[in-house]
Design a protein around this ligand. Structure first.
Ligand SMILES: Nc1ncnc2c1ncn2[C@@H]1O[C@H](COP(=O)(O)OP(=O)(O)OP(=O)(O)O)[C@@H](O)[C@H]1O
Ligand SMILES: [Mg+2]
Length: 248
């Protein structure tokens, strides 16, 4: 089942189109990996997905409802239903982990009683293995712990989809593999839907159910990860299959 569908979507800045005529959907409860060279528009795609940047053209349908990027109410729905793990993690250093994870609740559900907030925040910290760290500050954590805390914050409103922009950037390979396992675990045990931007072929090989390859302003490959070896596109063959094979 699809949770998001985009049709004829153009994304860009002012008059500059970065991505043109995108048509794809995101499957519920699966991990879709978005891969593409630096500057190809992956973060720009994320900005549109989370409502920070209206598309230049086309439409986006979330859970059967068309998003109206001119309507604050419609955007609010997007903010609530799509969680995000930013490329840099983006935790606030002046807040404890507890407060960081509680932030979306305090912004969007000011009416929630403190006990309800505490129960949810602690559940989320537990899910990412940081149950005992709620009073710690981000600067006192390792890079991997910060990414996991940011993931807890992205999950706290139980969104339909979590967009992770380069979750393993800045992490060593072992910590990065641990984060991949966590995403897989959240997908399998809770049915969380992920869109994960990555440069790392090894990570893609581990987590991807589906793959979108961005190349030259558009989507060169949109399909099952398992079908990638059957692609006869020269770019896919040269840059992906050989490297993935070498990694194993
Ligand atoms: N605020 C902005 N205004 C104008 N152009 C921008 C802006 N942000 C990004 N761009 C341009 O959009 C293009 C895509 O950038 P984007 O950050 O989406 O790439 P990316 O695929 O996420 O790259 P990376 O892998 O390095 O993170 C680039 O050419 C970039 O220069
Ligand atoms: Mg980026």
């Amino acid at each position: 089942m699809e949770i998001i569908r985009v049709s004829n979507l153009d994304i860009g800045y002012g008059r500059t189109v970065i991505l043109r005529g995108l048509n794809f959907s995101i499957d519920k409860g699966r991990i879709t990996v978005v891969i593409g060279e630096s500057g190809s528009g992956k973060t720009s795609l994320m900005k549109t997905f989370i409502g920070l940047m209206p598309p230049l053209a086309g439409e986006m349908v979330l859970a059967g409802e068309r998003i109206d990027f001119d309507s604050q109410r419609s955007l609010e729905k997007l903010y609530l239903r799509i969680g995000v793990l930013y490329q840099t993690g983006a935790l606030l250093n002046s807040l404890t982990l507890y407060e960081n994870v509680a932030l979306p609740i305090r912004i969007h559900h000011r009416e929630w009683p403190k006990a309800k907030e505490a129960e949810i925040v602690r559940t989320m910290l537990g899910r990412v293995g940081l149950r005992d760290c709620e009073t710690k500050y981000p600067f006192a954590l390792s890079g991997g712990m910060r990414k996991r805390a940011a993931l807890a914050r992205a999950m706290v409103l139980e969104p339909d989809l979590i967009f992770c922009d380069e979750p393993s950037s800045g992490l060593d390979p072992i910590t990065s593999a641990g984060l991949d396992e966590l995403l897989l675990d959240l997908k399998t045990s809770l049915g969380v839907t992920f869109v994960v931007v990555t440069h790392e072929l090894r990570s893609m090989a581990r987590i991807a159910d589906r793959v979108l390859v961005i190349r030259g302003e558009t989507i060169l490959y949109d399909g099952e990860y398992a079908d990638l070896p059957r692609s006869d596109d020269p770019y896919i063959r040269a840059f992906f299959l050989r490297k993935v094979d070498n990694d194993h």
